[in-house]
Ligand binder design. Structure first.
Ligand SMILES: Cc1ncc(COP(=O)(O)O)c(C=O)c1O
Length: 389
């Protein structure tokens, strides 16, 4: 049972839950039946009618508007991309950075956020990794590292490796005050935490759609705040232009860019996944992002209580303000636990510092209890877990 929504009804959309104890949504979410139906519907149209492309492209715009609504953005602030990493690379290369400028990142954050910016070192841009000093990343942590050549801060909203929830509103306010660009990797938060792009003050936000947005790999979204016209795409295609040539002959004298985030789009879209996203947004909207977040926090509280009882330490923050609703890393050596958990039909991820449990909107309190039981049934807890008791 949940205090927030009818989880059993949502769960019936995820038949994999009958076979597996699925606690790995931070890796990828299983396919929901309605999302599968949307994919099949798209393939059927392509198969039987060779696809009504104008209809498909109309749907792209409808889905763009739905994504915008989810993020409290305007439709022309949203571009479709391939994944988060592409979004981060678009962002890094769009910023007007020159030799001697520097960008602040968080030490240990997702490598694909870091590599997008480290690649700018060939242009003479410096990347500074800021160590995390408190429970999570906050504005005060960055302030001492900002100097006259600092131009941007880029970080995850939620960390994949320990479930920190970074204070993006506070860091966004610092960026506004110091006139810095603010780039967010929202891969682990979209669909799980209500994201208000206006409150965050972000310049650019990138996310893939294969976790909280419930779509198979290969589709990403990029938010680019209106008015940042100085941000230029590194790549160009007809789809990036305000007036693409009707005769399909490229001319150098009319290359004005689209005003919105569409200037970062290249060529054809991932149409199957955009159809899938239409269905997954219907599912997410039927529950509501706030209800999903609240339910997952409840599951997290329950998990923390159970592992405390078993003497297993939680890596990462414990309190709701600093932790994500859905990612919990347990201080259990992955090499000693991964096979055992797989043999008990429990799907989790081995992570840097232990075993990562991550919830999706279909998980229930009973899943947490069963997981705790499976942990307890192993009998001897490894030394690391015992030490925390
Ligand atoms: C925080 C974060 N950023 C980026 C990525 C990479 O995502 P993508 O494959 O969409 O580039 C992941 C994937 O797990 C992630 O957790």
């Amino acid at each position: 049972m949940s205090r927030h929504y009818d989880v059993a009804a949502v769960r019936s959309q995820f038949p994999v839950t009958e076979r597996l104890l699925y606690l790995d949504s931070a890796h990828q979410t299983p396919l929901a039946t309605s999302v599968r139906e949307a994919l099949l519907g798209f393939y059927r149209e392509g198969h039987e009618m060779a696809g009504p492309k104008p209809v498909w492209l109309d749907r792209v715009e409808q889905v763009r508007a739905r994504v915008a609504k989810l993020l409290n953005a305007a439709p022309d602030e949203i571009a479709f991309t391939k994944n988060t990493s592409e979004g981060m690379n678009i962002a890094a290369n769009a910023l007007p950075l020159t030799a001697g400028d520097n960008v602040l990142l968080v030490e240990g954050d997702h490598p694909n956020n870091a590599y997008a910016f480290l690649n700018l070192r060939r242009k003479g841009v410096e990347v500074r990794f800021v160590p995390m000093t408190g429970e999570t990343a906050q504005a005060e942590m960055f302030a001492p590292h900002i100097d006259a050549r600092t131009r941007a801060i880029s970080l995850s909203h939620v960390t994949f490796h320990a479930g920190h929830r970074f204070d993006i509103d506070g860091i966004g306010a610092l960026c506004a005050e110091r006139r810095l660009y603010f780039v967010i990797d929202a891969m682990q938060s979209t669909g799980v935490i209500p994201l208000n792009v206006r409150a965050s003050g972000a310049s650019l936000i990138g996310s893939g759609c294969h976790k909280g947005l419930l779509v198979p790999q290969g589709l990403g979204i990029l938010y680019c705040r209106q008015g940042l016209d100085e941000l230029q795409p590194a790549y160009l295609a007809m789809s990036s232009l305000a007036h693409p040539p009707g005769d399909y002959i490229a001319r150098a004298d009319n290359m004005a860019l689209k005003a919105g985030a569409g200037r970062f789009e290249i060529g054809n879209f991932n149409l199957p996944d955009i159809h899938a996203l239409d269905a997954s947004l219907t599912l997410i909207e039927s529950v509501g992002s706030s209800a999903i977040e609240a339910h997952l926090y409840d599951l997290g509280d329950r998990l923390i209580e159970r592992i405390d009882h078993l003497g297993i330490r939680l890596i990462g923050p414990r309190d709701r303000a600093n932790r994500s609703p859905h990612i919990y890393v347990l201080d259990l050596p992955a090499e000693e636990w991964a096979d055992y958990l797989a043999s008990r039909q429990v799907r989790v991820s081995p992570e840097r510092d232990g075993i990562r449990v991550s919830f999706g909107l279909f998980n229930m309190a009973e899943d947490v209890d069963r997981f705790a039981q499976v942990l307890a049934e192993r009998g001897t807890l490894p030394a690391r877990a015992g030490a925390a008791a």
